[in-house]
Design a protein around this ligand. Structure first.
Ligand SMILES: Cc1cc2nc3c(=O)[nH]c(=O)nc-3n(C[C@H](O)[C@H](O)[C@H](O)COP(=O)(O)OP(=O)(O)OC[C@H]3O[C@@H](n4cnc5c(N)ncnc54)[C@H](O)[C@@H]3O)c2cc1C
Ligand SMILES: Cc1cc2nc3c(=O)[nH]c(=O)nc-3n(C[C@H](O)[C@H](O)[C@H](O)COP(=O)(O)O)c2cc1C
Length: 591
């Protein structure tokens, strides 16, 4: 922004890309030309709203936080396209809700986050549908696939709410709501098949036969992806905290050379791990099972040891496993737990599968055990490098999960796998894009990055990228951890960035360096006036890291700051932040 251009805050819904276009359009114009544009826009605004003509096409909408719903929606759209149907695929955050009234065929794939909340990207869509502004939808045929995790008390809340609301607005279900658990495919595949058959039947009838396109191949995917990961050589794997630190944190550098994989700051790297061999042995010994027993499950035949090593979750407890144990031991105590969502949540947070299997001994045969354990899922790690800076490499910041409970050492399967990967090892990886967590297209915008702990990882990528792009906007990092002397992640790099002018502000909160706990939200409150001034001037705000506590505390602090320094009521401050979220100017990547 220069001195002659006043700061304008864009109205809600005017996305970053359009703002950039608008600025480009008006740049350098004569006053008469600017007045003409203003008059033209005013005339457009006063036109009666025209209803969009009903579209004879399928719209596939997805609301996704970590990519699962996106992947299912992409595949569904590709199969509809291959079947010759006119289809468009849109993420909820980019969907113009005014077009809903004109839709005829809608397939919605949406996950649930937080405590039964929509993914950030779908908030606006969910709020619009719930509001009185939502149109009646008598011409709409729809189907919803919800993605969730039955270990959460509010299983698939978002899918359920949207499915019910669309029906309330008069839309007709093409297929009943489908609700996928962590093992997505067994529900998603039949849903996709059924939904596609319905759309073909209904929409196919409406299309003039000449317009039905012949079968087309699905869109090109990168050569390496989730189902076909790239074996990336480890270039470096360094501990970046002192030996006194409570937790080991690694800076890991991998080579992507020859993979053809590309990423942008904000994306995550998916890593497929193996469970520790010692843990597999512990399972076999505790349950008196033989590792070479052959087990056939889901059409796959392999020894039990292989199922446990790389096919099943051994470290994450799930509700279905608690259920399977309760059934097997016929335990009234476990049934009571299962009847109470809070008790289930408490049990899942404090036990790994082995703790439960030990506490409730039963006779397990190899096949029942494999069926009861959840399929192994890859873990995601925020990418901590900019490809502009590191070329065909990708960097990660990994906290190693390692703790003591139930009288035994416990570990995190993937973080241990990564920590143990020496410089001759390879990690099976893929890129998980995250279009909601992007730097502003306009480099003159300021950015505020709140990233305590490993939440700082994507901001290393952001700062590298902005420096190399020569972005003129200011960068403000708020970091926190336990002790400045032990776990100030990338301290030297931040100090260098401050010197180079690549970082303009750095504020830190070390929780255990003084008698009272001090966290990033305390720093934000102290810097409230300045933070609000940055936001009011158009800054983009990013939060990354812990979802359970930090993101909520930071959000509460932001709401207070906006109320105090923006002179708003608490409700207006919340609404202001919701608009920022919907506009993508406040983005969260929390886990
Ligand atoms: C989008 C995204 C980005 C992410 N980015 C990063 C990142 O940059 N860096 C990073 O380190 N992680 C990141 N994560 C988290 C990461 O994906 C893994 O969840 C994390 O590494 C733990 O996985 P694990 O396999 O090691 O542990 P798991 O084997 O999954 O977990 C072990 C179990 O132990 C429990 N547990 C863990 N600690 C304790 C404890 N102290 N007391 C009691 N129980 C405990 C857990 O509840 C869990 O059930 C990200 C996650 C997402 C979704
Ligand atoms: C922080 C967090 C909170 C979640 N909360 C819920 C929940 O309340 N209810 C639910 O059914 N699933 C919940 N889930 C599970 C996700 O919905 C599930 O992993 C889904 O496959 C994610 O899809 P996505 O990658 O498209 O967002 C949660 C997951 C995370 C990481």
């Amino acid at each position: 922004m220069n001195a002659t251009q006043p700061a304008l805050v864009a109205p809600p819904g005017l996305g970053e890309e359009r703002q950039v276009l608008l600025r480009q359009l008006v740049e350098g114009l004569e006053p008469a030309q600017l007045y003409w544009i203003a008059a033209y826009a005013a005339q457009q605004a006063s036109q009666p709203a025209t209803r969009p003509a009903p579209a004879a096409r399928l719209t596939v909408l997805y609301g996704s936080q970590t990519g699962n719903a996106r992947r299912v929606a992409e595949r569904f759209a590709a199969s509809a396209e291959a079947a010759g149907l006119p289809v468009r695929l849109v993420r909820t955050g980019a969907y113009p809700t005014r077009e809903l009234a004109g839709e005829r065929y809608l397939a919605l794939v949406v996950s649930t986050q937080g405590e039964g909340e929509p993914p950030d990207d779908a908030r606006g869509f969910v709020e619009f549908l719930a509001s009185r502004r939502a149109p009646k939808l008598p011409n709409l045929h729809y189907t919803v696939l919800g993605l969730g995790d039955s270990s959460y008390p509010q299983f698939n809340a978002t899918g359920r709410v949207l499915d019910a609301r669309l029906a309330e607005l008069g839309a007709r279900r093409m297929a009943p709501l489908a609700e996928a658990d962590v093992d997505i495919e067994p529900v998603a595949a039949p849903w996709a098949e059924g939904a596609l058959a319905q759309v073909r039947e209904k929409l196919g009838r409406e299309l003039p036969s000449a317009s039905v396109t012949p079968l087309r191949v699905a869109p090109v995917r990168p050569s390496f992806h989730r189902e076909r990961p790239f074996p990336a050589p480890v270039l470096a794997n360094q501990r970046i905290v002192s030996r006194h630190a409570d937790r080991d944190v690694r800076h890991v550098e991998l080579s992507l050379e020859g993979s053809g994989l590309h990423y942008a700051p904000g994306d995550a790297l998916g890593v497929w791990h193996r469970n520790p061999a010692a843990l597999v042995d512990t399972f076999l010994a505790a349950l008196s099972l033989e590792g070479d027993a052959i087990v056939t499950h889901d059409g796959r035949e392999q020894p039990l040891r292989e199922w446990l090593g790389r096919g099943r979750e051994l470290t994450r407890l799930s509700r279905p496993l608690v259920q399977a144990v309760a059934d097997r031991v016929d335990s009234a105590g476990l049934r009571d737990v299962l009847a109470n969502p809070e008790a289930v949540a408490a049990m899942l947070a404090s036990h790994q599968p082995i703790d439960l299997l030990r506490a409730y001994p039963a006779d397990w045969d190899p096949a029942s055990l494999v069926a009861a354990l959840r399929p192994l899922t890859p873990r995601l790690y925020s990418i901590a490098s900019s490809a502009q800076a590191v070329g065909e490499e990708v960097h990660l910041t990994v906290a190693v999960v390692d703790y003591h409970a139930h009288g035994e050492p416990h570990l995190g399967a993937a973080s241990r796998w990564i920590a143990d990967a020496g410089e001759d090892a390879m990690l099976d990886v893929f890129i998980e894009p995250n279009d909601r967590f992007r730097l502003p297209a306009d480099g003159s915008r300021d950015v505020i990055m709140i990233g305590p702990g490993t939440g700082v990882a994507p901001f290393r990528a952001f700062v590298q990228e902005r420096q190399l792009a020569g972005a003129s906007g200011r960068n403000w990092l708020v970091f926190g951890n336990r002790h400045a002397g032990d776990d100030f992640l990338y301290q030297l790099e931040w100090q260098q960035a401050l010197k180079d002018g690549a970082l303009h502000r750095l504020d830190v909160a070390f929780s255990r360096d003084q008698p009272e706990k001090r966290y990033v939200q305390h720093v934000l409150r102290e810097r409230g006036a300045e933070l609000y001034a940055w936001l009011a001037g158009g800054a983009h705000l990013y939060v990354c890291g812990d979802a359970a506590q930090m993101a909520k505390d930071v959000h509460a602090a932001l709401a207070e700051i906006v109320a105090t320094h923006g002179g708003k009521t608490p409700e207006a401050a919340q609404a202001w932040l919701s608009e920022l979220l919907q506009d993508g100017r406040y983005a969260r990547d929390v886990y």
